[in-house]
Ligand binder design. Structure first.
Ligand code: PLP
Length: 260
């Protein structure tokens, strides 16, 4: 009997359970996909903020990727918090070795996580160049506007997409959720076709993990065989439901929900 599709997240742990690999696993489960993990860092975190980061040795990160790919054969991979330049370089080598991302057979959703919503850094400042270097492997890179400002120096969605594609990404999904206005509009483009994904902006303080959830949902649908535009449309619908079912837990920002 064949089992469910398998997806791999390469991400950090959020001890508060709202973001990071915990959000990714909740999302994979909601899509009926078997989730696997390559842990890059353990954060000391709750709903109020991040107070510590312990990085996993780069070789152990690469070995987790190899162990999962060789046995469980994921059909999509997602990256989140990558922590440092040496970890990113080890991940890039493992992806190339195992056919993950452009030039390989396994699609790669690259969420360029730089900081938490509280502004706590999740990437060492000297790792930005290494992260930009990884874009050449991305099937799709999914920054928010704070991340485009940091990575390519603009908050204009079209300009940012152009710059991300110039760095080698196959598609850019530039999210408008960190902008202003009554609608949240995301731009998906490969440089030829533009798809605008539009959703109502839901006002809530509990959006912790929403970016991770969008990227993980995209990977889950790609793992199941969707085309990228279909996967992104389904993921956008899912994250809108996730934000609508967010809840309060702890003293700070609560997480998005993960409805089945
Ligand atoms: N902690 C970890 C380990 C993460 O990977 C992320 C986002 O990717 C966050 C925290 C931040 O999530 P948010 O921006 O929703 O606070």
């Amino acid at each position: 009997m064949s089992g469910p599709a398998v997806a791999l997240t390469v991400a950090g742990s959020d001890s508060g359970g709202g973001a990071g690999l915990q959000a990714d696993l909740h999302t994979f489960a909601a899509f009926g996909v078997h989730g696997t993990t390559a842990v890059t860092a353990v954060t000391v975190q709750n709903t109020v903020g991040v107070t510590g980061v312990h990085e996993i040795p780069p070789q152990i990160v690469a070995d987790q990727i190899g162990a999962v790919v060789e046995d469980l054969r994921p059909t999509a991979v997602k990256t989140g918090m990558l922590a440092s330049a040496p970890i990113i370089e080890a991940i890039g080598a493992a992806f190339r070795q195992h056919g993950i991302g452009r030039g390989g057979t396994i699609p790669l959703v690259l969420d360029p996580v730089c900081a938490s919503m509280h502004g706590d850094p999740l990437l060492e400042p000297d790792a930005l160049d290494a992260l930009r270097g990884l874009f050449a492997l991305a099937t799709v890179v999914t920054p928010n506007l704070d991340e485009t400002q940091l990575l390519v120096g603009t908050r204009d969605q079209r300009d940012a997409a152009r710059a991300l594609l110039a760095l080698g990404a196959e598609h850019a999904l530039v999210k408008g959720g960190h902008g202003t206005g009554p609608r949240s509009r995301d731009l998906l483009t490969d440089g030829v076709t533009e798809i605008w994904l539009d959703a109502e902006r839901i006002e809530t303080g509990n959006t912790h993990g929403s970016g991770d959830t969008l990227a993980a949902a995209t990977a889950a649908r790609l793992a199941g065989g969707d085309s990228l535009p279909d996967a992104v449309r389904a993921a956008k619908r899912y994250v809108t439901r996730a934000v609508a079912t967010s809840y309060s837990v702890g003293a700070g920002h609560g997480p998005v929900g993960h409805p089945p």
